[in-house]
Write a protein that binds this ligand. Structure first.
Ligand code: ZN
Length: 471
């Protein structure tokens, strides 16, 4: 079956057909973090989804070029830099490093490109020059350069591709300088912001004088620079649809670098909001979590990833700590199954059993139905556990089942618990118990076993030797 997604551009579920004439390569851009603070769990819902939009086509044999930008100059950042007194790079560098570490903690594949806006100023300026040359952008009396929605539309450009807009509200010449605004503030938006006293040392020279880029133009310039003027997939949170993504389309298609009839982006995928404990996340409600807050509470990145996976990306998702605890229990069942398969399987590689793979693929082809795909996975875990307990799986069958799980996990990215996750101290005690048994000192062996049990570890004796299991 073919892969289909819901495309915000057409408001319909569409078959994915990449531009590559060979049908193999696909370009994908995911709007990355604005590195003014640690990213919160709502942000990570989008990034985990972006990771899946890369992983699943890869699983199907596409070669995906994944770009996630780092917004390291923008209104909020400038404000924080001013308040902190740090340099722009020192300030953003800290949060950029934290972001990359958090991606890794969540089992996300590192994007192939992580362009920083501040390192693409020449491309940003060139794009604004293209727009001014075409008469779509103009420098206003305040020294800033704006995108003229009126001129763009007069030239055949379509503003309002992702959202319906009321152009009766548009008053020609009305301008907006902030990076974030609502649909109701429909107005010419800033591409280049003339240097203001509050910008401090954050400015670059340009044909329009010293200043800094607007947020929207950064993404247009970086995405087209790396993926070409037209590419396949663009991912982001639904809060970015307007104005950010609408403005990206206007700037990129306004510069008309695409071949005639070609769009800037063919498929726009947007992730719905995340709520925490049934409410909009907010610091005053005490339900605002960065990934780091959750790790401090003792949860793992893997558990958090697993919890984020099954909610459909187009539906808002209620994140609760209770469900995070349930995720831990569910993953333990999977780990148990995989560990037993490893004990039964010979070490030689095997062909994956196709059934699990087919079930997962048919669920994910259907607009990335992760919940159905995980349902198939856990049905398989139940079935496999039963066969294992009945000793009905031959080593070859176990190897094939294990290979199927490993292939399926290229999409899920949840991995399995390492065979020996016990600390060095616990492992040393297990070794001492084995030594006591070899010396026929069963009293000591049992005492060590009881000691381990008190610390939360059970020893299971298996044909391949003893194994530690969490109580
Ligand atoms: Zn963006």
């Amino acid at each position: 079956m073919a892969l289909r997604f819901f495309n915000t551009l057409t408001r319909s579920v569409q078959e994915f057909v990449p531009r590559d004439p060979a049908g193999r390569k696909a370009g994908m851009y995911c709007c990355g973090p604005t590195v003014h603070d640690f990213a919160h769990i709502g942000n990570f819902r989008t990034f985990v989804f972006g990771d899946l939009v890369r992983r699943y086509p890869e699983f199907k044999g596409y070669e995906v070029m994944h770009v996630t930008n780092i917004t390291d100059v923008e209104d909020k950042i400038i404000r924080r830099v001013r308040e902190s007194g740090a340099s722009l790079r020192d300030y953003t560098g800290k949060f950029e490093a934290a972001f990359l570490e958090d991606l890794k903690t969540l089992g996300c594949l590192l994007p192939h490109h992580l362009p920083r806006a501040t390192e693409h100023i020449p491309e940003i300026i060139a794009l604004i020059e293209e727009l001014t040359a075409r008469g779509i952008a103009y420098q206003a009396a305040d020294g800033s350069v704006y995108f003229s929605i009126e001129k763009y539309r007069a030239g055949g450009g379509q503003y309002g591709q992702l959202v319906k807009l009321n152009f009766d509200e548009l008053r020609p010449g009305e301008r907006i300088r902030t990076d974030e605004y609502a649909k109701e503030s429909l107005a010419d938006f800033a591409l280049w912001k003339a240097r203001a006293p509050e910008d401090g040392q954050v400015f670059w020279p340009s044909p329009w004088g010293e200043g800094r880029p607007g947020w929207h133009i950064e993404c247009s310039a970086m995405s087209m620079n790396i993926l070409g003027p037209g590419f396949d997939l663009h991912v982001g949170g639904e809060d970015l649809i307007f104005p950010h993504h609408e403005d990206e389309i206007a700037q990129s298609e306004g510069a008309a670098l695409q071949a005639p009839g070609e769009r800037f982006v063919n498929y726009w995928l947007h992730v719905a909001h995340l709520m925490v404990e049934g409410k909009k996340m907010s610091k005053s409600l005490g339900n605002f979590f960065t990934l780091r807050d959750l790790l401090t509470k003792g949860y793992s990145g893997r558990e958090i990833r697993y919890l984020l996976l099954p909610a459909h990306y187009r539906e808002s998702f209620n994140f609760t700590l209770e469900n995070l605890n349930a995720a831990r229990t569910t993953l333990a069942r999977l780990d148990e199954c995989v560990a037993k398969l490893r004990e039964t399987a010979p070490s030689a590689p095997a062909e994956p059993d196709p059934r699990l793979i087919e079930e997962i693929a048919s669920a994910l082809d259907d607009d990335l139905n992760l919940s159905a795909a995980l349902g198939a996975l856990f049905e398989w875990v139940r079935h496999t556990n039963r066969l294992l307990s009945e000793k009905a799986l031959s080593p070859a069958q176990a190897a094939s089942a294990l290979a199927a799980w490993e292939k399926a996990d290229h999409v899920f990215g949840i991995g399995s618990k390492p065979i020996d996750e016990a600390s060095a101290e616990i492992a040393a005690q297990l070794e001492q118990r084995q030594a006591a048994r070899r010396a026929n000192d069963f009293k000591r062996a049992d005492a060590i076993r009881d000691g381990l049990k008190a610390k939360g570890w059970l020893i299971e004796d298996t044909p391949k030797g003893p194994r530690l299991k969490r109580v």
